[in-house]
Design a protein around this ligand. Structure first.
Ligand code: CA2
Length: 147
C-alpha cells in the first residue's frame, strides 16, 4: 500500500477562519480528514502535517524519505521565496505534487513565481479545497505509472 504525505505550510492552519473569499470556508482539519478518506478510496495511507516554520517543513520533507512514497505540498507563501524548500524536495528524491487553493497565476505577480514548480511532478491550483483530492489522484496515478 502506498503512503502519501500531505504537507501544508504557513498560515494554512487558519483556513476557514479568515479570508473565506480567497481560500474558502473549509478548515484545515476538514481538508485533512477529506485527504485521509480519499486515501482510503485510493487504497493509500495518507498522513498530514502542517507547520508555520520553514525548518519544520524541511524536516518533514527529509523525514518522508523511506517512509512515504510521495508528497502533496502546499508550501503557502514559502512557494514564492524558499530555495531551501526547493533544495529539500530535490534531496528527498520523492515525487511532489505542488498544490494551491487559489489560482496563483491570476493573483499578484509575486505569486506567479514558484520555486517548487521546477522540482515538482506538476502543479494544481485554483480549485480550492477540492484541489487536495485532485493532487492525491495525480500523485497516485504518477506512482502507479512509475511502477
Ligand atoms: O492558494 C494557496 O494555497 C496559497 O499557497 C496560500 C498562501 C499564499 O501565500 C500562496 O500564494 C497561495 C497563503 C495561505 C494563507 O492562508 C490563510 C488562510 C486563512 C486566512 C488567512 C490566510
Amino acid at each position: 500500500m502506498s503512503s502519501l504525505l500531505v504537507v501544508n505550510g504557513p498560515n494554512l492552519n487558519l483556513l476557514g477562519q479568515r479570508q473565506p473569499q480567497v481560500y474558502g470556508r473549509t478548515t484545515l482539519a476538514e481538508i485533512e480528514q477529506n485527504c485521509i478518506a480519499h486515501g482510503q478510496r485510493l487504497g493509500c495511507e495518507v498522513q498530514c502535517f502542517q507547520s508555520n516554520h520553514e525548518g519544520a517543513l524541511i524536516d518533514a520533507l527529509h523525514g518522508a524519505r523511506g517512509v512515504h512514497d510521495g508528497i502533496v505540498l502546499n508550501a503557502g507563501a514559502y512557494t514564492h521565496s524558499s530555495i531551501a524548500l526547493m533544495d529539500a524536495i530535490v534531496s528527498v528524491e520523492l515525487p511532489v505534487v505542488e498544490l494551491h487553493l487559489s489560482n496563483i497565476h491570476a493573483r499578484e505577480s509575486f505569486r506567479h513565481k514558484s520555486y517548487i514548480a521546477p522540482v515538482a511532478v506538476g502543479q494544481i491550483c485554483g480549485f480550492g479545497a477540492h484541489g487536495y483530492i485532485l493532487a492525491l489522484d495525480a500523485l497516485k496515478a504518477h506512482l502507479d505509472g512509475a511502477k
